[in-house]
Write a protein that binds this ligand. Structure first.
Ligand SMILES: [Fe+2]
Length: 382
């Protein structure tokens, strides 16, 4: 009878472990992974509270990146020095630690408990390591129902820690590569804009305006980020336009204008050489079609209405606005208010009505002050 009960208990444990493993592998976005790791661990071990600590190798700090339970809001974003406190010791030594009476432990610092009224009693701290490198640690506080954590809890925590460390490692790599890609795209856009003194910052502004519009129409997460990148690259084809045309201070001849128009086709061509191809689809379309207009009067394909891809429509609005409101050698540039009025005048004919309305609403709300728009729309986030 006892044996059956134990077996049942074991099966239950294994099932929750399996469920936890499945959950841990279902996300790659780093903040979701932080949250998943912590919640699975708290759930499987039946802890009252827990914290996920991650080593920031660059800053030489240990950061609380996810917290659960009574003191969570005090603990989240706390920073420790390397080697500081119980967590610091576990990370430095790479060995797990079960403490039955935490307040009596010499390394205990009750920074978080003191203000929250939460009382830490017993605690499990396990390192998260991949190939001998400790990436962080998981701390579980107080077994639910007032009992002590056991050796069995510890071995469960260690099993889960191995899987968690892998998930953490993968998402950290993914995050690094994503950030590297974004910074390379931004640099490329800067280099491009630097060729023409009149377009300094053009790509970055167009990308920012595009992102504001996107968020206003409910685009979010990965899709909004993709639009931001596509917008940064929209004029990449200008690399193929000779300097004497691109930087010509006077009005362009018809022939020169025809050549400038080719930047759309050249841009799409350049981007279609980049890998992986499916990931480039939106950027290619945006480079090719951002000068298409709703009524079919745009270029290079004279697309109209629904045939123009959404990203290209968004970037088209942002690009036209920036072009109108930036000084050129031959014109002073409109004020932001007049630029918006011009967009409104052309909505439904040249530009998508919903997108123009979304953009103008944002500009109205921050009274045409670009700095205020930037603050309100989280422009520094990306
Ligand atoms: Fe363009």
């Amino acid at each position: 009878m006892v044996q059956t009960k134990e077996l049942q208990h074991k099966v239950q444990e294994l099932m929750s472990l399996l469920e936890a493993f499945k959950q841990l592998n279902s996300n790659i976005e780093i903040h979701d992974v932080f949250q998943d790791i912590l919640l699975q661990m708290v759930h499987v071990i039946h802890a009252e509270a827990g914290t996920l600590w991650v080593v920031d190798g660059e800053a030489q700090k240990i950061r609380a990146v996810a917290a659960y339970g009574g003191s969570a809001h005090n603990i989240l974003h706390l920073e420790l020095e390397m080697g500081e406190g119980i967590v610091g010791k576990v990370i430095a030594g790479g060995a797990e630690l079960l403490i039955e009476d935490v307040p009596a432990h010499p390394d205990w610092s009750n920074r978080a408990d003191a203000t929250s009224g939460f009382a830490t009693k017993s605690m499990i701290t396990v390192p998260l390591a991949v190939k001998g490198q400790v990436l962080g640690a998981l701390q579980l506080v107080n077994k639910k129902d007032g009992r002590q954590f056991t050796e069995q809890d510890m071995s469960l925590a260690l099993m889960l820690a191995n899987q968690s460390a892998l998930a953490l490692h993968n998402s950290q790599m993914f995050d690094q590569v994503s950030r590297m890609l974004l910074s390379m795209i931004r640099t490329l856009a800067k280099v491009l804009d630097a060729r023409d003194p009149y377009t300094a910052g053009h790509s970055e502004r167009v990308a920012r305006y595009s992102l504001w519009i996107a968020e206003r129409i409910g685009m979010e997460g990965a899709e909004a980020e993709e639009l931001y990148k596509a917008a940064l690259l929209h004029d990449i084809g200008k690399i193929g336009i000779p300097d004497d045309i691109l930087r010509k201070p006077d009005r362009l001849t018809n022939e020169e204008y025809a050549q400038i128009k080719l930047h759309t086709v050249i841009g799409a061509e350049i981007l279609s050489n980049m890998e992986p191809k499916p990931a480039m689809k939106n950027a290619i379309e945006t480079a090719r079609s951002h000068h298409e207009r709703l009524d079919g009067t745009g270029y290079p394909d004279a697309l109209s209405g629904a045939d123009i891809p959404l990203f290209a429509k968004v970037v088209g609005v942002a690009d036209a606005f920036d072009a109108m409101t930036t000084a050129r050698s031959y014109s002073k540039g409109l004020s932001l208010r007049d630029g918006a009025a011009e967009l409104v005048r052309c909505k439904g004919t040249l530009f998508d009505e919903r997108l123009v309305e979304a953009f103008v609403a944002i500009l109205e709300e921050c009274e045409y002050d670009p700095e205020r728009c930037r603050e309100r729309n989280g422009g520094y986030r990306l």
